[in-house]
Design a binder for this molecule. Sequence first.
Ligand code: UDP
Ligand code: MG
Length: 319
Amino acid sequence: MDKISIVVPCFNEEEAISVYYRETCRVMQRVEGAEFEIIFVDDGSIDGTFRLIKELSEKDGRVKYLSFSRNFGKEAAIYAGLKNASGDFVATMDADLQDPPGLLEEMYRILTQEEYDSVATRRLDRSGEPRLRSVLSESFYKLINRISQTEIVSGARDYRLMKRKMVDAVLEMSEYNRFSKGIFEWVGFRTKWLEFPNVGRCAGETKWSLKKLFFYSLEGITGFSVAPLSLAAIIGVIFCLFSFAMILVIVVRTIVWGDPVSGWPSLACIIFMVSGIQLFCTGIVGEYLSKTYLETKRRPIFILKDSSEDSGGTGHEER
Ligand code: UDP
Ligand code: MG
C-alpha cells in the first residue's frame, strides 16, 4: 500500500486548521489504495495553532506535527515537512483551503497511472486579489522568466504531489535562501499541471504583505538568475559609447563655433543620473553578496522546539 504524506505549513492558522482537517479527512477516506500522514508544521505561530495540531495528533495517529522555535517562513516550513515526511508520495499544501484537498485524489491517480513524477497546480485567475498585487505579480513573472533559465510558472501554487525521488532531489537542495517555485522546477522531473479557479481563504488573513512579497520576489530573482549582475557591465558599456559620441560632438562644436563653458544645470543632472545608476548597480551586487554571505554562514534552515516525533533535527545535519 502506498503512503501519502501531506505537508501543511501553518502560521497563525487557528481558525483554519479544524476546517482544513475535516475537509482533508473526507478526501483521505475517498482515496483508495493509499494510507496517509498529515504533517502540520507550526511556523512559530503565536495563536492557538500549536495547541490545535497537538490535540489533533493525540486524537488521530495519522497526524504529526513539527513546531519551530520562531517564525522561519513558509519555505523553511515546507523544507522541514518534506524532510520529515516518510511517504512514497508527498504533497505540500496550504492550511487555508486555498489549495483544494479534493484535488489530491486526481493527483494521486495521475501519478500512479500516468508517466509523471509530480502533479503541480496553478490558479487560473487572480480574482479577489488587490489589483496592484496582480499587476506586480504578473510583471515579476515576466521579468524572471526573461532572465532566468529556470521557468517559473505564473500563478503556480506551492500545492503539488511528488514522488519520493523528486522529494529527495528537492531535499538535496539545502540552500538557505529558498524559493520553492524555482527549486521544484530546477530539479526537473516530469510535471503535470492542473488548473483550478482561485479560491478565497476559508478563514483568517493572508500572511503576505506587499513588502514581504517584494523581498520574496528578490529571493526568486537572485536565487535563479545572475543576469542582474551583468547589468552594471552593460550599462557601463552603453555610457562609455555615449560619452565618446558626446566628446566628439563637443570638440567639433568648440573648434567650429568656439563655444564658451556653459550649461552647468545639465551637468548636475548628468552627475545625479550617473551616480544613481552606479549606486543601483552596486546595490545589485550587494544583494547577491548578502545572499552569498548568508549561505556561507550555514545557519540551520529551521530550529525545532517540539515535534510529535522527538527526532527531526534542525535542517542542518547534511548541509
Ligand atoms: N505560512 C507559513 N509561514 C509564514 C507565512 C505563511 O507557514 O511565515 C503558511 C500559512 O499558514 C499558509 C501558507 O503558508 O498555510 C500560505 O500562506 P497565506 O495563505 O498567507 O499565503 P497566500 O495563500 O495568501 O499566498
Ligand atoms: Mg492562502
